[in-house]
Design a protein around this ligand. Structure first.
Ligand code: NAP
Length: 244
């Protein structure tokens, strides 16, 4: 079968590898945000489609049998486009999105509905470990009364504000490393998206151990879809016929 994976996550790469090994023709699509992405098994295409309608046309024109939306939990626009694009092409869609982290009972963990609300909640003089990616940085860095250690996947293309120190690193991260970083910068607050998964979870354990406040930006609401949270469940949900 010919399967389109809307990718950009570790789960998308794992799924591509599994489906290729099963003998399917797999195309993974990436938005193109990362300069040097890890290459999935199968064919790779990069760049936006030009909206939901264009995605639907692409699915129909390329005669995909299945679509898996395995984009990041916070890629709300792409999740919505996947639902309407697959419906336009009358193609079966499965959404693979990893389970969110749960707040440990004794953690200082406050949920926020948006980055703006999380940024506004920081007290004057907070020393913040900011792990929300590139797109919402300005919302936080305009809090000139706070200092930020900003973790990024790659060096910033232009200098950050004077109150921000970039630290570059790629997951997975471990608890020992996260503890060292939090201590080194005397961090008082951790700001995170609820990405879920093991690769970046260590920061939560480290923050909890040190009694650091966790500001958790909640996931966006997504349109209904057949949703699963593991690669195995995605393969089952695709209802693929056996490959000869
Ligand atoms: P988005 O806002 O939902 O998508 C914006 C547009 O990018 C889409 O409309 C689509 O363009 C294109 N696009 C996204 N994923 C694509 C894919 N797999 N293949 C082809 N085109 C794709 O998603 P986003 O810009 O990627 O990210 C939104 C939020 O999620 C941000 O807050 C970001 O920080 C977060 N995010 C975090 C991580 C991470 O932490 N590792 C990874 C990804 C995203 P067209 O409309 O032109 O088709």
């Amino acid at each position: 079968m010919k399967i389109l994976i809307l990718g950009g996550t570790a789960e998308a790469r794992m799924l591509a590898a599994r489906l290729v090994a099963l003998g399917h023709e797999v195309v993974t699509s990436l938005a193109g945000r990362t300069a040097d992405p890890l290459r999935p098994a199968g064919t790779l295409r990069v760049g936006g489609f030009g909206g939901a309608e264009a995605l639907g046309s692409f699915i129909a024109r390329e005669a995909f049998d299945r679509v898996v939306d395995a984009t990041h939990p916070y890629a709300a626009k792409m999740h919505a486009h996947a639902v309407s694009g697959a419906a336009r092409a009358d193609c079966r869609l499965v959404r693979l999105v990893r389970a969110p982290w749960q707040a440990p009972p004794d953690a200082s963990w406050v949920p926020f509905q948006s980055d703006a609300l999380a940024a506004a909640s920081l007290p004057d003089g907070a020393r913040v470990f900011l792990t929300v990616g590139q797109t919402q940085l300005a919302t936080y860095l305009e809090r000139r009364d706070c200092r930020f250690v900003v973790r990024l996947l790659a060096s910033p293309t232009h200098p950050l504000a004077a109150n921000a120190l970039p630290v570059v690193g790629r997951p997975p991260f471990d608890v020992a490393g996260e503890l060292a970083l939090l201590r080194q910068h005397a961090i008082s607050h951790l700001v995170s998206k609820n990405s879920g998964g093991a690769q970046t979870e260590a920061k939560l354990q480290a923050a909890q151990q040190l009694g650091i406040a966790i500001c958790m930006v909640e996931r966006p609401a997504l349109p209904p879809a057949h949703e699963v949270d593991t690669v195995e469940a995605a393969i089952a949900a695709l209802e693929l016929p056996p490959v000869r």
